[in-house]
Ligand binder design. Structure first.
Ligand SMILES: *Cc1c(COP(=O)(O)O)cnc(C)c1O
Length: 384
C-alpha cells in the first residue's frame, strides 16, 4: 500500500546531523501537515468509499480529457521534451473563452502555484496581506514564506460578507495585498462585484487577489472587473469543477503589466505537458461541465431538505461543498470514516465551532452519503 504520510526520522542513524538553520523568514512556519484520506480508503479495497474532504470533483473528468491524454501518449513521443513554454497553446483557448487578450494570462501548476508566484513577485519582508478569515489555509503559508504578515479580518457573522469591515480595515492598515477566496472556502461567503469594485477602487496601490477556485459552481466571476481595474488578479483552477486535481493546472488573469511582472520569476516550464493537453480538452467540453454543475445543484436541494427535516444546522455554499454543525465534530468525522465517508473537520477554525465540511457530488452519490450520515446521526442520538 502506498503511504502518503511522510515519515521523517528525527535523527537518522549513522548520519551526522549538523544544525543547518532554515531561512529566518521560514523559522516561524510549522510544516504544513497534509493529511490525505487516500491511505484509509485504499486500506479497505473493494468497498465503496466517498472522499469528500478536499472539495475535489467526485467523478473523473470529461472522457475527452482522458482521451486527449491517451492520444497524446500513444501518438507522440514527446514526453522526453519540455512542455509548451508558458502554455501558450492553452492561453489561446482561454483568451477566447474569457474574451480577454492573451497577455492577460499566466497558466500555473495548479492555482496554488499562481498564488505562490503572486506572493514571490509582490511581497517584501514585513508587508501586510489582508485576508477575510477564516479562509483557504495554504495561501497564508505562501504569504508567510515571503516574510510578510497576515492580517485576518473576521466578519461578525462568519457566513456573511462584511465589505464595510474589510474597507475600514484596509484603510487603517494599508495592506500590500488583499486576498479573497470567492466564494470562500470553507464558509461559502461571496462578495458581489459591486463590493469588489469598491475594494479595488479605494485601494489602487493594493493588489486584490480574487481566488475563484469555485467560480463555476457559483456562476459568478470578477473577470469583468479586469477591464477596469489593473490592481485585480483573478485565479482559476481545473482542480475542482473540471475534475483534474491530480494533473495540477490553473491560471491567473490580470492586466498585462501584472502578468509580465509575474513572468519575472515564473518558470515557463512549470506546467506539465499532460496537464496542458487535458486542460485544452476540458475547456472544449463545456457540456460535461454543465452536466456536473447540474448534478451538484440538484444534490444541494436534496441535502438542504434532508438536514432541515432532521433539525440539523446545514449551510449550503455557492461552491461544491456544504457545512453542517454537529455536537461532537471529531467524533462525528471519525464515525463517518467508519462508514467509509471522509469529510473535513473545520470545527477548530475560529467562528466555526461544531462545523464539518462535506464536498458535494452527483445526486446518486449524495443519496448514499446521506444514508450513511443518517446512521451516524442515529448513533449520536443513542449516545446522549
Ligand atoms: C482547492 C483550492 C485551491 C487549490 O487549487 P489548485 O488549483 O489545486 O492548486 C485554491 N484556492 C482555494 C480557495 C481552494 O479551495
Amino acid at each position: 500500500m502506498r503511504k502518503s504520510g511522510l515519515q521523517i526520522a528525527e535523527n537518522p542513524k549513522g548520519i551526522d546531523v549538523e544544525p543547518i538553520p532554515v531561512a529566518r523568514r521560514v523559522m516561524g512556519i510549522k510544516p504544513y501537515v497534509a493529511v490525505s484520506s487516500l491511505d484509509a480508503i485504499e486500506a479497505r479495497p473493494g468497498e465503496r468509499a466517498f472522499k469528500i474532504d478536499w472539495n475535489e470533483a467526485t467523478v473523473p473528468p470529461s472522457p475527452r480529457v482522458t482521451e486527449a491524454i491517451t492520444n497524446f501518449l500513444e501518438n507522440s513521443q514527446n514526453l522526453n521534451l519540455y512542455p509548451v513554454l508558458n502554455s501558450t497553446n492553452l492561453i489561446e483557448k482561454l483568451a477566447a473563452f474569457h474574451g480577454l487578450s492573451e497577455d492577460m494570462f499566466l497558466v500555473t501548476n495548479g492555482s496554488d502555484d499562481g498564488l505562490n508566484t503572486l506572493c514571490t513577485t509582490f511581497l517584501d519582508d514585513d508587508d501586510t496581506v489582508l485576508v477575510a478569515a477564516p479562509t483557504y489555509q495554504h495561501f497564508l503559508v505562501f504569504v508567510q514564506s515571503r516574510g510578510a504578515k497576515v492580517s485576518r479580518h473576521y466578519a461578525p457573522d462568519p457566513f456573511k460578507p462584511d465589505i464595510a469591515g474589510l474597507l475600514r480595515r484596509a484603510e487603517r492598515i494599508r495592506p500590500r495585498m488583499i486576498y479573497l477566496a470567492n466564494p470562500n472556502n470553507p464558509t461559502g461567503v461571496i462578495y458581489d462585484n459591486e463590493s469588489l469594485a469598491a475594494l479595488l477602487k479605494v485601494n489602487p496601490q493594493t493588489l486584490v487577489i480574487v481566488d475563484e477556485a469555485y467560480s463555476e459552481f457559483a456562476g459568478t466571476s470578477a473577470v469583468n472587473l479586469l477591464h477596469t481595474y489593473s490592481n485585480l488578479v483573478v485565479t482559476r483552477t481545473f482542480s475542482k469543477a473540471y475534475g483534474m486535481a491530480g494533473l495540477r493546472i490553473g491560471y491567473a488573469m490580470a492586466a498585462p503589466q501584472r502578468i509580465s511582472d509575474l513572468r519575472r520569476v515564473f518558470n515557463p516550464k512549470n506546467v506539465n505537458v499532460l496537464a496542458q493537453v487535458g486542460a485544452m480538452a476540458a475547456l472544449d467540453d463545456q457540456d460535461w461541465l454543465e452536466w456536473y454543475l447540474d448534478e451538484v445543484e440538484q444534490s444541494k436541494d436534496l441535502i438542504k431538505e434532508w438536514f432541515d427535516a432532521r433539525g440539523v444546522d446545514c449551510i449550503i455554499t455557492p461552491g461544491n461543498f456544504f457545512m453542517v454543525r454537529v455536537d461532537q465534530a471529531p467524533w462525528f468525522v471519525r464515525s463517518l470514516q467508519e462508514e467509509n465517508v471522509y469529510v473535513r473537520d473545520r470545527s477548530a477554525m475560529r467562528g466555526l465551532a461544531g462545523y464539518v465540511r462535506y464536498s458535494i457530488g452527483t445526486v446518486e452519490q449524495t443519496r448514499e452519503i446521506l444514508e450513511r450520515t443518517g446512521k451516524v446521526l442515529a448513533q449520536s442520538k443513542q449516545s446522549v
